[in-house]
Design a protein around this ligand. Sequence first.
Ligand SMILES: Cc1ncc(COP(=O)(O)O)c(C=O)c1O
Length: 411
Amino acid sequence: MKENLFNSLVEGMENYIMFTIKARQLELSEGLKAKNRAPIMLSMGAPIEPVPTFVKEKTAKYLLQDPLHTYSTPKGELRFLEAVSARMKKRFDVELNPKAEVFSLIGSKEGLSNMIRALVNPKDKKEDQDVILTPNPGYASYSQMIKLCGANCYGIDLTEENNYMPDLYEVLEKYINEGNDPNKIKALIINYPNNPLGCTCDLKYLQHCVDFCNKLGILLISDNAYCEMYYDEQSKPHSALECEGAMDCCVEFHSLSKTYAMTGWRLGWACGNKKAITMLSRVKSTIDTGIFKVLQYAAADLIESAEGDKYIEEQNIKFEKKIRTFVEGLNKLGYKVKMPTTTFYLWVEIPERFENSKAFADAMLEKSGIVIVPGTGFSPNGQRHVRMSVVASDNDLAEVLKRMKEDGFEF
Ligand SMILES: Cc1ncc(COP(=O)(O)O)c(C=O)c1O
């Protein structure tokens, strides 16, 4: 093969961090098992709870219907789109036209990446590239999706000091003062509840984001993958589409993955601004042909059902207890971890004796079989933090704490 045969943007990137970590874990697995340290996964945001029985039964029923085995459309079956509209109305009091303002997704990761692809003009040179404002720290995929599209990201620092809700006009001023061109900004990505911080924002801040994007004439991409995971009523997440003027600038991404522990089903939706949905449709209708109809019908029943809502409620009670017990355990080992208000993520400061977050994560894996993610996967200044996904069983979480104590990982 010729040199430089492949896309230089792809040549220049690495595999997604979760895959790299998984590969390393598999490589070490036998050795770890032999020393009684079989790997325990606190790396991916993949809950292991059983999915609702309701959706399994519905799927079994629809599976027997032959007409549901043919191609769907990239947009999604009307049954699914109407169920999404009904859910958005019931949960957030947001009115959506199912035919023009909702689109089915093969998981929200796919949708986010194709939305970015529909938005930016790919350029090789950094100085020419479009810019997307992204949360820092933020979901590890954003920066890679953006890079892959020949664009660039500019991190918005989410800190305890700004209560994770930074003033966007101050961010813009800083961006301009650093010599950057504001005309290059194409979108703002927000992710409340946030991966990896486990915090969320209030409706007033979402309105600030909407106003900012409308003022700049840019797209607001609201990643709401965790909107159903919250541990007190006060932190109950909102939709950005509840805000005034949101339909003029905002597209929001939802997922069934975390809400119903259905990560493997690859189901989600985009909704909001009509133009954004139309552009997403052009990309997606070119490259995919939609989701298996059986899954869409079963998912439609689920998101409309009382059984689905009950499942969410029960999961939140379970997770609250599981996370609280684990946080208490970590703090007994000397860590300073706060109970997250949303999600199942802990953003944990590492002990000083470790050189950086990668060294800590490597040691935890190699010595104790505890699989976690270095903070640098989420932020260039994540050297002193790691992310732990509290998704393992109660027994495994107790085992993690035991191993940390035995193997010298106290703070
Ligand atoms: C913030 C955030 N957005 C989107 C996703 C993608 O979820 P899915 O593609 O399963 O819907 C994830 C998965 O971890 C995530 O953490």
